[in-house]
Design a binder for this molecule. Sequence first.
Ligand code: NAD
Length: 309
Amino acid sequence: MSSAKTLDGKGAGEAIRELLRPRIAAFRVASGRSPGLGILLAGNDGGSQIYVRNKVHACEELGIVVDLRRLSEDSTVEQVTSVVNSLNRDESIDAILVQSPLPAGMGAEAEKEVFNVIDPGKDVDGFCAVNVGRLAQNRSTLAPATPSGIIELLDRSKIQIQGAHAVIIGRSDIVGKPMAMLMLHRHATVTICHSRTQDLAMVTSRADILISAVGHPGLVIPKFVKPGSTVIDVGTTRVTDRRQVSAIFGEESPRLEVLDRRGAVVVGDVHPGVASVAGAVTPVPGGVGPLTIAMLLSNTVKAAETRLT
Ligand code: NAD
């Protein structure tokens, strides 16, 4: 039985995009060109191909020009760095995105090395060391898209952040850590949990706002959740195992029909049973995902406008 309100990430994402249209038109008048986003996609990761396709489509729909550079699975850090440098120098490129993950063969430190080569003014994901530092100092202009999108959704849904106890599950550089910073800057009391946290349910069940960014389908079950709280599901895991989907959603779930048709379904970290305890939840799909893309577009426009001034 569901009592929680569903937070509409898709609708919020569309509203954010609409606000960008006049800004893009004004940029075009002032600069004589459209905002430009350079995307570097190295390797054959299936998820990355889909994410990049969606990002390119969203940019084109809004009139942002995309320069997509592809490199093979066996490319080197030097090759990736060289493409980033050419995008840094390109006057028609306002923003640069290096799709994560880079091929495993490049080594564990490759992403950090490559992110740090991106011109901080064009670093649309806010992942380079300068922008991570600016975020820590609360002087950020380009903050990571997924956590920024979550703040937008909370604000648009009139969920109070100031004074709330926010618990974040996951400590990645792209979601967990920047999320904690943004919540802290908005005066939440912040707790970060991770794979070695003891008694996770005890910690999370004290959250007014619980944000799960793990990638473990159905991890967050009702006992993890404080009654009436807000639960944000960042997890997006492609599941192909019918038994796993059935165990989480039940044998009658329409998701099984989708799985049978498409061969896979995307599943979040939050178990559907949480809807009977929480006050508000985000769906997967249709929650955080569309906001991430909207904030990428927003950061691209922001980077373009800043370069004009
Ligand atoms: P990551 O793999 O880098 O980090 C996962 C984190 O989860 C780690 O910090 C780890 O300590 C923690 N963790 C793992 N198992 C745990 C457990 N049992 N209990 C508590 N913590 C545990 O992941 P990421 O890049 O931050 O992504 C997390 C999820 O969010 C993935 O499913 C990813 O696909 C999704 N994601 C979605 C969007 C979106 O736009 N919707 C954007 C980024 C990431």
